[in-house]
Design a protein around this ligand. Structure first.
Ligand code: DGT
Ligand code: CA
Ligand code: CA
Ligand code: ZN
Length: 574
């Protein structure tokens, strides 16, 4: 390791100590880091001469750490510190104006552990409630997040959708619009979007454009024309709007929803029938007579096709299925009867079991599972066997209070250890109604080893659901090396479901993997992994992703009725 690498380790140690509220030490580590960085001699030479302690600011303890790094290329102390602090908190420190104190307050008060979660909280003005956080702070933090984000270019659906919906609501309040709809990748429900597209069907487009650019959240005007405009919002997102005449509404909605590849195939089908399709309508090629265009349904019908839901317009077999009448009936919100993955204040969640149950009732659920972390996950305050037993009693009581309107399932999100064994003894797991097994450590295992680990857990007969099966974090962490084919095959044999974790930066299984799971005969359990009751609303992102994966109600565990669910889970399985 060279001087700058060792300085970087000391800086990280300082950050982690800051986050733990340790006094003085962080300053000492940063001072040493600066001195090491600016030294003209290679630190390895200094070490070889046995002179590390001569470096200004480096005492005995630091010298030992430097020697360890030079000898092994690693530092056990750093690994320990990392395991004590949620990884996303360090990421928050990259935001200008967010220091360790702020990060800790955000974590303690709102359960924030990532930049994405912070952004969502700022945009929904949830920082207001915290002492010392005014409107100005929110604005500064938002600017900082935009600086950090401007490197990536795409925005999570979970961030973009609320922003887009608020904009559409504003337009509807300002004008009497009956034809207004989100288009583009956001309407198709992609996990990330490049920008927001809004389509309006209105015969007075100029007034629409005026209302569009005068929205208070607009930061800058990029383009304003008679029928199309673009703006950048305070959140950093770009929004495009198009206004079309009512008679072209359906054709334009098809066009601007995309995907481009789906549109190209649609046009080709038109050509075969002597028809021309564009954003204004569907026309006879010879005479130019318009044959359809006012609604999407009539456009599809005139092409000899069934209506295709936006989520599957990706040119991946949907037009063939549409022609043959074999399109899936996609799962929808009304089919969903419960949530299988919710954390409470027993581990790292924000709310009490009772609050989660109330929220479940408000959502019209027939069941809700309480699944806190297991003992090994100490940074998330994982439950010891004793605490889990106590929690089970609390859950049973909440179930009674629910009076049968909502079944409260006692569960756990139990860690899958490196060897594939589970983090609680089977005698304890037997007392639960539902067990999610999740990988939360050693993400960098080699593929065969990781596959064996996960297959082991799936085949143990002790889990119902494999939690966030690939471990990816969108834009931040690649999926771990895993042979999904083998995992699905083991899951099919043992009746284990794959989770579709609905957290906006997870969506794991991803859409294409959901389709793969379904084709392998494996059911998908849509779950939120909510750490607060508000996050239980993330279920909609999971449902959208399931739809993009062509899932029908029969492919999804949450469509099972309340009275049958226990028979399908843990205790009920032979
Ligand atoms: P994004 O914003 O990168 O997440 O993806 P989209 O799909 O929203 O793409 P965007 O915003 O560039 O355009 C919105 C829709 O407009 C797109 O899905 C299809 C349609 N569109 C845009 N440009 C073209 C084009 O050159 N040809 C065709 N056929 N359609 C286009
Ligand atoms: Ca777009
Ligand atoms: Ca666009
Ligand atoms: Zn988890």
């Amino acid at each position: 390791m060279d001087n700058s690498e060792i300085a970087a380790v000391f800086d990280e140690i300082a950050d982690l100590l800051d986050l733990q509220g340790v006094a003085f030490k962080p300053i000492a580590y940063r001072r040493a880091a600066r001195n090491i960085e600016s030294m003209e001699i290679d630190i390895n030479e200094v070490a070889a001469d046995g002179k590390i302690e001569d470096i200004p600011g480096v005492g005995k303890a630091m010298a030992k750490k430097i020697e360890e790094m030079i000898r092994t290329g690693k530092l056990a102390y750093l690994d320990d510190l990392r395991s004590e602090v949620p990884s996303g908190l360090v990421e928050l420190l990259k935001i200008p104006d967010v220091g360790p104190k702020t990060a800790v307050v955000l974590h303690n008060e709102l359960g924030i552990t990532s930049v994405a979660m912070l952004k969502e909280a700022v945009l929904s003005h949830r920082l207001h409630g915290i002492k010392g956080f005014g409107e100005k702070t929110e604005e500064r933090i938002l600017q900082g997040i935009r600086t950090v984000e401007s490197k990536s270019g795409r925005t999570l659906m979970g961030i973009a959708l609320p922003v887009a919906e608020a904009f559409v609501d504003h337009l509807k309040e300002s004008l009497p619009l009956d034809k207004i709809c989100l288009a583009g990748s956001l309407r198709r429900g992609k996990e990330t979007v490049g920008d927001i597209d809004i389509l309006v069907g209105d015969d007075k487009p100029a007034t629409v454009m005026d209302a569009f650019v005068s929205y208070p959240e607009v930061d800058s005007l990029l383009m304003k024309g008679p029928t199309k405009s673009s703006v950048r919002l305070r959140s950093g997102l770009q929004v495009d709007i198009r206004a079309v005449e009512s008679k072209s509404w359906g054709a334009a909605l098809c066009y601007f929803t995309g995907s481009k590849e789906h549109n190209v195939s649609m046009r080709r089908i038109g050509v075969e029938k002597g028809l021309k399709l564009n954003e204004y309508g569907l026309f006879e090629r010879e005479s130019g007579t318009m044959v359809a265009g006012a609604t999407e349904e009539e456009v599809y019908e005139a092409l000899g096709l069934r209506y295709v839901e936006p989520e599957i317009r990706e040119n991946s077999g949907e037009l063939e299925a549409s022609k043959q009448g074999t399109l899936p009936v996609l799962v929808n919100r009304a089919d969903i009867r419960g949530d299988f993955h919710v954390h409470t204040s027993w581990s790292d969640g924000a709310n009490k079991v009772e609050d989660v149950v109330s929220k479940a009732m408000a959502k019209g659920y027939e069941y809700i599972a309480i699944t806190d972390h297991s003992q090994s996950l100490r940074i998330a305050n994982g439950l010891s066997p004793e605490r889990l037993s106590k929690q089970i009693e609390v859950v049973r009581k909440a179930d009674e209070l629910g009076g049968g309107r909502v079944r409260v399932l006692a569960g756990s999100e139990v860690d899958i250890r490196a060897d594939g064994s589970l983090d609680f003894p089977s005698s304890l797991l037997k007392d639960l109604d539902i067990v999610i097994g999740s990988v939360h450590s050693r993400f960098k295992m080699e593929k065969n080893e990781m596959t064996k680990r996960v297959v082991n857990a799936v085949s143990s007969g002790q889990i119902d659901i494999l939690g966030h099966p690939t471990g990816r974090l969108i834009g931040k962490r690649a999926p771990y090396a895993l042979d999904l084919e083998k995992v699905f095959s083991a899951a099919k044999d043992s009746g284990v479901c794959m989770e579709l974790n609905s957290f906006p930066d997870r969506l794991d299984l991803a859409d294409a993997n959901c389709r793969h799971a379904m084709n392998s005969g494996v059911k998908v359990a849509i779950a939120t992994d909510a750490h607060s009751v508000e996050q239980m609303d993330y279920i909609k992102y999971g449902i959208t992703t399931a739809r993009r994966g062509w899932l029908e109600a029969k492919d999804v565990l949450n469509t099972v009725r309340g009275k049958d669910i226990l028979k399908r889970l843990h205790g009920g399985r032979p």
